[in-house]
Design a protein around this ligand. Structure first.
Ligand code: GDP
Length: 298
């Protein structure tokens, strides 16, 4: 098990209570402990560095308070900075002025997109919307069926290419789904797209073509929290290849400490909207920056 950051800082700063300002030596010792804690949480190194220099700046000016011991005080600063970086308040979903709102999901294969599509559809339905799922992952065998299955569980219909017409063109399916949404009065369309095991150009081009065809109100990058600091390169590739304005973290029920959240947020500047934490459709919530901050700090 990891020591919590709180334990570590308590031992580093044990003798400081009531001594006025933190000295540079105290701050350096503190920074080392924060660095270890963040690396253990699998935050990418450049992100750790940027974060620590920010915390150091704040710690330098801080008076040692009467109410909190120095360790608690540093933890408070670290926690506040983490929450700020992770997005402060949770951002709500952008809804189109003229329906349907289009939400497109992009990410690596296995990141949990199809499962998320079902979760999001069920959540939207509970919020009083009438969503339509759209199957644009025509690469992976069974992806369409998998989406139909989660759609049935969520009680939401799925728009998919007609069987027997070959693989089908995902861009065409995406385009036609918008007409179908208007016809059948669905106010939100959730588009599942193909993902490969690694980032590849063809995948990016296809996702960008779908994006151009449906002009999403939200393009959500879906990322498995278990991939830790690899999230940085993946996020950069999707940012450059497709672009996105929101992030969904999946598999938070695993033992990942959450470094991916901080890394993706820091590198792309885009907010994390939702958290997926299990295989069942109910295992889903809006993202809470404060909970993630506690998880990262251990
Ligand atoms: P896709 O390839 O991006 O569409 O990913 P899938 O939705 O097919 O998910 C890949 C695997 O991860 C499946 O076995 C899912 O059941 C599982 N999965 C998806 N989301 C979660 C999650 O939040 N927690 C856990 N433990 N498993 C998940």
């Amino acid at each position: 098990m990891f020591d919590t950051l709180s334990d570590r800082l308590t031992s580093v700063l044990a003798n400081l209570r009531g001594k006025g300002k933190l000295t540079d030596a105290d701050i350096d010792a503190t920074a080392r402990e924060i660095r270890i804690a963040l690396l253990e949480a699998d935050v990418a190194l450049p992100v750790v560095r940027a974060f620590i220099s920010q915390v150091k700046e704040r710690a330098k000016g801080a008076e040692v308070s009467q109410a909190l011991n120095p360790a608690q005080q540093v933890i408070k600063i670290v926690n506040e900075e983490l929450i700020a970086i992770l997005g402060g308040e949770t951002r709500r979903l952008n809804l189109a002025k003229t329906p349907p709102t289009v939400i497109m999901l992009a990410g690596l294969q296995g990141s949990g997109k199809t499962t998320l599509a079902g979760k999001l559809a069920m959540w939207l339905k509970k919020q009083g919307h009438a969503p339509l799922l759209v199957a644009c992952d025509l690469q992976r065998p069974n992806a369409v069926t998998q989406l139909q299955v989660v759609g049935e569980r969520a009680g939401v219909p799925t728009f998919a290419p007609e069987p027997g017409n070959g693989v089908g063109d995902p861009v065409d399916v995406a385009r036609r789904s918008i007409d179908e949404a208007r016809r059948a009065q669905h106010d939100v369309v959730v588009v599942d797209t193909a993902g490969r095991l690694g980032v590849d150009e063809e995948l990016m081009r296809q996702a960008a073509d779908i994006r151009d065809a449906v002009q999403p109100d939200e393009t959500l990058f879906v990322v498995d929290a278990m991939i830790g600091q690899d999230a940085v390169t993946t996020a950069e590739a999707f940012r450059d290849g497709v672009g996105f304005n929101g992030v969904v973290l999946t598999k938070l029920d695993g033992d990942a400490r959450g470094g991916a959240a901080l890394s993706v947020r820091h590198v792309t500047g885009q907010p994390i909207l939702f958290a997926s934490n299990g295989e069942k459709l109910e295992d889903f919530d809006v993202f809470h920056p404060d909970r993630m901050a506690s998880r990262i700090l251990g």
